[in-house]
Design a protein around this ligand. Structure first.
Ligand SMILES: Nc1ncnc2c1ncn2[C@@H]1O[C@H](COP(=O)(O)OP(=O)(O)OP(=O)(O)O)[C@@H](O)[C@H]1O
Ligand SMILES: [Mg+2]
Length: 385
């Protein structure tokens, strides 16, 4: 398959002499970073480099030895602090680690520090202090090498709407010094992967909202990043488009790219991501595997569909809270330790017959609310002290 060949093969660009670094990625043209931050596309200075771009092996036991291989994290952030010029302390000592191959969610309310963190990782924002390593490469000391490993999809649509998608991708590749012949091949591959090939040569502004978002992802993938970072890629798009994007991102992750995603849609994080961090007021308040984090919730909630409309009052069970959604649907919240039979016994006694039952799916939302509430309480205490 052409995609795999180009991912694994040696890749030699042509362009401005003097930027050649044999055996490792070369200089990221500053124009490329600037273009990302300013939302410009076009042709910038080219660099020449040679690099091996095989995707990282995924974690787990080594097939040869059977022993577990310790791997360099895709992203390692240590004690990161950011104080903006106006005195806002956006990050107050953030540390987190993302494993290679992971699909990682970064959650947090408005103003929590997500974009600041992403901005620092992708070199668009300067940190006040702390360390960032991308696949072991120091973001500060080896900035250009680190940048080579990252693809960023910012929240705002920032491609040139008067360009055709094919040109958007080819020109973007030009910023990174990718030879034109290679860029043409990749642009076709990426547009096909994003299901945009039929729109490749139509004006960007005529694309639908979902197509524009997919184009942003395709553009970020032109440099074959090992780490793809998306800042609220599905904000404000309808559920159908969102689901299409989930499929695309799952495919990208399955092909070996580590994905970090910020989102306000908690069901998105729950269905896509294996690990997560919750950030609030510039601090990480939760960090770990999704299942483990969710298991910390000591309360479970169920939705019960009733055979017949609810005629009388709600049953009483100590420790459980019943509520009605409508006359055919009950919700019950109960401690994890509580035996479900107690609930059903009380329902039978009250003459309520249950047709079906499901777990209420907003567990992550529940957790999120608790964690961020804890953060707000801590900030309020700090302010009082
Ligand atoms: N350029 C800036 N100058 C000053 N303060 C800033 C700047 N950018 C962000 N901030 C502040 O830093 C804090 C964190 O902002 P940030 O944009 O990182 O949050 P966020 O988690 O991405 O929020 P959202 O979910 O709304 O995008 C906020 O208080 C914000 O006002
Ligand atoms: Mg943000």
């Amino acid at each position: 398959m052409r995609l795999e060949t180009s991912l694994r093969g040696k890749w030699t660009g042509t362009g401005t002499p003097g930027a050649t670094v044999a055996g490792r990625p070369g200089a990221v043209p500053r124009a490329a970073c600037n273009a990302l931050s300013r939302g410009r596309t076009g042709r910038g200075p080219a660099a020449r480099y040679t690099t091996g771009l095989a995707p990282p092996p995924l974690g787990g036991p080594s097939p040869r030895t059977g022993t577990t291989v310790t791997q360099t994290p895709a992203l390692e952030v240590r004690d990161l602090r950011k104080i903006y010029d106006n005195g806002t302390e956006a990050l107050k000592g953030v540390s987190l680690s993302v494993a290679p191959g992971d699909f990682f969610a970064l959650l947090g309310p408005n103003g929590a520090g997500k974009s600041t963190l992403i901005g620092i990782v992708s070199s668009l924002v300067n940190a006040s202090s702390g360390e960032v390593r991308i696949f072991g490469v120091d973001r500060l000391a080896q900035r250009e090498d680190a940048m080579r490993l990252i693809g960023l999809v910012p929240q705002e649509l920032n491609f040139n709407m008067f360009e055709k998608p094919f040109d958007v991708l080819v020109n973007y590749a030009g910023f990174y010094g990718i030879p034109r012949a290679q860029a043409l091949v990749r642009a076709e591959e990426e547009l096909k992967r994003a299901q945009l090939w039929p729109k490749a040569f139509t004006m960007g502004r005529t694309l639908s909202g979902g197509m524009k978002r997919r184009l942003m992802i395709a553009r970020a993938l032109m440099t074959r990043p090992r780490l793809l970072i998306l800042d609220e890629p599905t904000a404000g798009v309808d559920i159908e488009i969102r689901r299409g994007m989930w499929d695309l991102l799952s495919d990208i992750n399955a092909a070996g790219t580590t994905v970090i995603l910020t989102t306000h849609y908690l069901e998105e994080a729950e269905s896509l991501c294996r690990n997560l961090a919750i950030i609030d007021h510039g601090r990480i308040v939760e960090h770990g595997p999704m299942k483990q984090v969710l298991a910390k919730l000591d309360v479970e909630a169920f939705v019960l569909d009733l055979e017949t409309p609810l005629a009388h009052g709600l049953p009483q069970v100590e420790g459980a809270v019943f509520s009605t959604r409508d006359d055919h649907t009950l919700e019950v919240e109960m401690p994890r330790s509580m035996d479900l039979n107690r609930i059903f016994a009380a329902l039978s006694e009250a003459g309520i017959r249950v047709r079906s039952m499901r777990t209420k799916s907003n567990r992550l939302e529940e957790l999120f609310m608790r964690m961020t509430q804890a953060g707000r309480d801590a900030v309020a205490k700090e302010a009082e002290a």
